[in-house]
Design a protein around this ligand. Structure first.
Ligand code: FES
Length: 549
């Protein structure tokens, strides 16, 4: 019988040993979202010795040049040979919020009364130094946190890292199923990474962990609950609800907020620091979106306002005429490069902008001005919009010249195929349909939206006109679109510095109506329409509320 690690055979499906299997043996964590099938492109390794003992690169590796290989594809052909390699950790471009935007006035939950540090009315200990807090936004792809002086309301430092749970898959569904198989592993990885960063942060600033008295955590429902060591299986199956939401619905708790002590979570802060998890909205619409609402004020004004937080799960919230609707759109990771031949995340060498010159050639802009390695999400949106504008591709993703594949960067082997267009069409449709169903439910034309807040790192770099042209974003008037970057961290900051904001948020989330998109009777027809690369109609009344005919 083949040897095993954690129940996995040390060979691939052909019985051959790959570099991924060797990594398992050495307890190295290689990122993967595709069960080692060569589709996610996350398992890139740099081979420093013994490359001649590996099989030739497979079709899945055509985007790589020596000495890089996909660990799941590179079969070691000589079992006795030494092959050395290191895991390539890509430096993702991470959007951090503007530190200049102050919360004013502040009324933190942690205060100093008669020389004693208190949480609300509860004394923690006599003050012996500074009084700090942490605002943490746990995204599926990135984790960003701020160390904040709670008395002055000032940010001491911002730290941004890639979410270390990538080995458990790129989207929340993958993480949920990984967590079921390897309980606790994801939480441990996250806690270790955050604690490692905190250790360095304290060393840099001279601040002690015992001076950090409160932590506010936001994140999508799965990320928040994994951090708090809760079971997440219920979020991955119908009706897709966190255990806290289920308990709330059963009357066993009165809010989906969470509260623990620092020592209970093994976090490098004061052992009796309060760790507060912001409330979820419903289903996959989590505490990150609740924090977006705090940062943008959507739902608190008498205007028609819309929030779209773009990610592997895109969340949409619309507030109009006294109602607030929210939905989660399972877009999946295609715009992060998954299932796209030359797709990649937003790291150095990713094509982030594309123009087609009058001569018909591609003009490319890459992150870091590095040679093009592949297309990231904003580049894909640009490319599709340009191909449509120049009639080189139909709304259904068929190339006008009848070819299967277009060369985007011929020298570097970057191509775009019909299959890629099809994968992106489905991811786009999830975004399109989510926005459309909520607008329709409220009887709103896109032109009636006073403000559309686009949140998330991906949205920050998107060309809005191109996104509208392919139906990725509703056609609201261009000057009504506001890019708000990492609004969830900004919201977490405000929640840390303002107890009244927490109370207001608790009221707000109760008013939000959760729309389950897939239960909409014509969801399937809308989804099929939404797969076309064309703008959404300007009026919802047109075509009986349908997207296209
Ligand atoms: S694990 Fe190798 S490509 Fe996904």
């Amino acid at each position: 019988m083949a040897p095993e690690i954690a129940g996995r055979p040390l060979t691939n499906s052909e019985g051959e040993r790959t570099l991924f299997d060797h990594a398992d043996e050495r307890s190295l964590r290689v990122p993967t979202s595709c069960r080692r099938s060569g589709r996610c492109r996350e398992c890139v390794v740099e081979v420093s010795a013994g490359a001649q003992h590996l099989c030739l690169p497979t079709e899945a590796e055509r985007f790589l040049r020596p000495p890089f290989r996909l660990a799941c594809q590179a079969v070691v052909t000589n079992a006795d040979a030494e092959v050395d390699f290191t895991i390539v950790r890509r430096r993702l471009r991470i959007v951090v919020p503007d530190a200049e935007q102050r919360v004013d006035p502040i009324d933190p939950q942690v205060t100093v009364r008669a020389g004693t540090v208190c949480w609300g009315s509860e004394p923690i200990e006599p003050r012996h130094g500074g009084v700090y807090g942490l605002a943490i936004d746990i995204g599926t792809t990135t984790v960003v946190f701020e160390l904040i002086d709670l008395l002055a309301g000032e940010i001491v430092e911002v730290v941004a890292i890639e979410n270390p749970q990538r080995f458990g898959g790129s989207d929340v569904m993958n993480r949920i199923s990984y967590d079921a198989g390897e309980p606790g592993e994801l939480r441990q990885a996250l806690r270790r990474a955050i604690n490692g960063e905190l250790r360095e942060l304290y060393a840099r600033t001279g601040i002690s962990r015992r001076e950090v008295y409160e932590v506010v955590v936001v994140g999508n429902s799965t990320m928040r609950d994994i951090f708090f060591d809760l079971e997440v299986a219920s979020i991955g199956e119908r009706p897709y609800k966190s255990s806290t939401e289920l308990e709330l619905l059963d009357g066993r708790r009165d809010s989906s907020e969470l509260l623990k002590l620092g020592w209970e979570l093994g976090l490098k802060v004061h052992p009796r620091a309060r760790v507060w998890g912001a409330p979820l909205i419903a289903g996959h619409v989590g505490a990150d979106v609740a924090a977006d609402l705090v940062a943008t004020g959507v739902g608190t004004r008498d205007r028609v306002e819309m929030l779209v937080d773009v990610g592997t799960n895109t969340e949409v919230v619309i507030s109009a005429n006294g109602r607030i609707l929210a939905a989660s759109c399972p877009a999946g990771p295609a715009f992060e490069g998954w299932d796209v031949t030359c797709g990649m995340q937003a790291s150095e060498g990713a094509i982030e902008a594309v123009k087609i010159t009058p001569g018909g050639t591609f003009e490319l802009t890459t992150i870091g001005n590095a040679p093009p390695q592949g297309l990231c999400g904003s580049g894909m949106i640009d490319l599709i919009a340009q191909l449509r504008r120049t009639d080189r591709m139909s709304a259904k993703g068929v190339f006008a010249d009848g070819s299967y594949s277009l060369e985007v960067a011929p020298d570097e082997g970057v191509v775009f195929t019909r299959a890629d267009a099809s994968a992106l069409a489905q991811a786009k449709a999830a975004n399109t349909v989510g926005q459309w169903i909520l607008l329709r439910a409220l009887g709103l034309d896109p032109s009636e939206v006073d403000s559309l807040f686009l949140a998330g790192g991906f949205a920050t770099h998107v060309d809005v006109a191109n996104a509208v042209a392919i139906g990725f974003v509703a056609p609201v008037p261009p000057d009504h679109v506001v890019k708000v970057g990492n609004a969830s961290l900004r919201g977490a900051r405000e929640l840390l510095l303002s107890a009244s904001s927490r109370r207001a948020l608790a009221q707000l989330v109760r008013r939000i109506e959760h729309v389950e998109l897939e239960t909409t009777p014509d969801f399937f027809e809308l989804f099929v329409d939404g797969c076309q690369f064309k703008p959404l109609p300007l009026r919802i009344g047109a075509r009986d509320g349908r997207l296209a005919v």
